[in-house]
Design a protein around this ligand. Structure first.
Ligand code: AMP
Ligand code: MG
Length: 400
C-alpha cells in the first residue's frame, strides 16, 4: 500500500495536467478568485508627490518662522512657487507645491494670523512627510502577480491600476455522488437502519470554501446498475472532478472500483496507509479533450472529509500555486493512542496559551463521529513510525 506523500504526489501530478481556463470578471466579482495575468501599473503609485500629513509645506532651511501664503487641500491643487520664508497649509494627500520640499505637521507649529512658528522642541528634517511619486511602484512594473488570490489588500492595488475587468482562472467544476443503501434525504427522520446523507453537504461546503463549483448528483442505492448509470452520466459532464462517497472498500456491496474500471477510468491508486480514509480510490478518466479526476472516497463522514483536507485541498492549492500556511507545530497536552504503522490524522483542538501553540485531543477518533469532528479545528498528523505520542511532544497539525 502506498503512503500518504506518494499518494499526494500522484494526485498533484494529475491535477497539474488539467488545463486551466481563464475568464474575465468585473473587479467586484474578482474577490477570492485567482489572478490569471500579471497586472501592470499603468501609472506611478502614488501618481504625484503628496503630503503624508496635515501640515505646512515649506522649503527646508534653518528658518523657524514663515509667512503663510495660502492653502492646498487634497484634490484642490493651487499652484504656488514658495520661497524660503513662505509656507502653504497642506492636507494629507495634497499635491506638493513647486519649491516646497518638506512638510511640518500641524502639531509642531504655532499659528498667529499669517505667521507660522516652529515649536521650540519640534524637529524637522529635509524631505520629511512627503510621499514621492512612484515610491510605492513605478509605472510599467508588475503591481499584482499572476496566481495571487485576490483579497482586500490586492484588490485595492488592482483598483489603483484602473483594472475594472480582471482575468481570473475559471473555478474548477466538480460533481458529487453519494452511494449507500443506508442513506436517506435529510428531511426524513432516520428509522431503523438508515442515516441522513451528510457527506454531500460536508464535501459541497469544502469545495465552496475553496471557491470552486460543485454539482450535487444526490445519492444512489448500492445497486450496481443504478450507480453505473449515475457514474456514466457524470463522466459525460463538463467537469474536472468526480467525487463519490461510499462503496469503495472491500464490502460485498462496494461496487465503485469495478464501475470506474468498466467506464474506462484509469486507476492511479486504491488505498493509502493512513487513518482515517484508507480506502480512498483515485483514477483519471480521459475522453477526447476532457480529463476528469475521479475520487472514490469512503462513506464514513469523517473519512471522506479528512480525505478532502489532506488530498484534494492541497492538490488544488498546488495547482493554483497557492502558498497557504495551514500546517503548524504545537505541543501535545495529553497522551494519544496510536498502535499501528499508519499515518494518522487525528482530530484535535489547537489553541494558544502564554503565546505558545498547544493541541489537545480528547475526542474519540472514530471515523463515524461527525459531531466530534465538527468541534475540532485541526488534524494532528502523526507519522507512520511514531507510536503513542506523549504529552509534551511537538506534533504537526493541519488547520481545518
Ligand atoms: P462505506 O464506505 O460505503 O462502507 O460506508 C461506511 C459508513 O459510512 C456507512 O455505513 C454509513 O454509516 C456512513 N456513510 C456512508 N455514506 C454516507 C453519507 N453519504 N453520509 C453520511 N454517512 C455515510
Ligand atoms: Mg456502503
Amino acid at each position: 500500500m502506498i503512503n500518504y506523500y506518494e499518494a499526494l504526489e500522484i494526485i498533484k501530478s494529475e491535477f497539474q495536467k488539467l488545463k486551466l481556463k481563464v475568464e474575465e470578471v468585473d473587479i467586484f466579482e474578482s474577490y477570492n478568485r485567482i489572478l490569471a495575468e500579471d497586472v501592470i501599473a499603468d501609472v506611478d503609485l502614488p501618481p504625484f508627490d503628496n503630503s503624508a500629513v496635515d501640515g505646512y509645506a515649506i522649503k527646508f532651511s534653518d528658518k523657524t518662522q514663515w509667512k503663510i501664503i495660502g492653502e492646498i487641500s487634497a484634490g484642490n491643487f493651487n499652484s504656488f512657487n514658495i520661497s524660503d520664508d513662505e509656507a502653504v497649509l497642506i492636507t494629507t494627500g495634497s499635491k506638493i507645491p513647486v519649491g516646497a520640499d518638506t512638510i511640518i505637521p500641524v502639531e509642531d507649529v504655532d499659528v498667529q494670523s499669517n505667521t507660522l512658528k516652529l515649536k521650540t522642541n519640534a524637529f524637522i528634517k529635509k524631505g520629511m512627510n512627503i510621499r514621492t511619486q512612484g515610491n510605492d511602484l513605478k509605472k510599467d512594473e508588475i503591481a499584482v502577480r499572476q496566481f495571487t488570490k485576490i483579497d482586500s489588500k490586492t484588490i485595492a492595488v488592482l483598483a489603483s491600476c484602473g483594472k475594472e475587468k480582471i482575468k481570473v482562472y475559471s473555478k474548477l467544476k466538480s460533481a458529487l455522488l453519494a452511494t449507500g443503501d443506508e442513506l436517506i434525504p435529510i428531511n426524513e427522520k432516520p428509522s431503523e437502519d438508515k442515516f441522513r446523507v451528510s457527506n454531500i453537504y460536508s464535501l459541497y461546503a469544502a469545495m465552496k470554501e475553496m471557491n470552486h463549483t460543485v454539482i450535487n448528483l444526490g445519492f444512489a442505492k448500492d445497486d450496481k446498475e443504478m450507480i453505473r448509470n449515475k457514474v456514466e452520466a457524470a463522466l459525460e459532464m463538463n467537469i474536472d472532478m468526480l467525487i463519490t462517497t461510499g462503496g469503495v472498500s472491500v464490502g460485498k456491496y462496494d461496487f465503485l472500483k469495478e464501475i470506474f474500471e468498466e467506464q474506462g477510468v484509469k486507476e492511479k491508486f486504491w488505498k493509502v496507509n493512513i487513518k482515517p480514509g484508507k480506502p480512498i480510490y483515485f483514477g483519471v478518466y480521459e475522453k477526447d479533450e476532457r480529463r476528469i479526476l475521479v475520487f472514490g472516497l469512503p462513506g464514513n463522514p469523517v473519512s471522506s472529509l479528512v480525505n478532502f483536507y489532506v488530498f484534494i485541498k492541497p492538490a488544488i492549492e498546488f495547482l493554483f500555486k497557492q502558498n497557504t500556511i495551514n500546517k503548524l507545530t504545537a505541543t501535545l497536552q495529553n497522551d494519544l493512542k496510536k498502535k499501528d504503522g499508519k499515518r494518522h490524522f487525528s482530530r484535535g483542538v489547537l489553541f494558544t496559551e502564554n503565546d505558545e501553540l498547544k493541541i489537545t485531543s480528547e475526542f474519540s477518533q472514530s471515523s463515524g463521529n461527525l459531531v466530534e469532528m465538527s468541534r475540532a479545528n485541526c488534524l494532528i498528523e502523526i507519522e507512520e513510525d511514531k507510536l503513542n505520542p506523549k504529552k509534551g511532544e511537538r506534533l504537526k497539525c493541519i488547520l481545518i
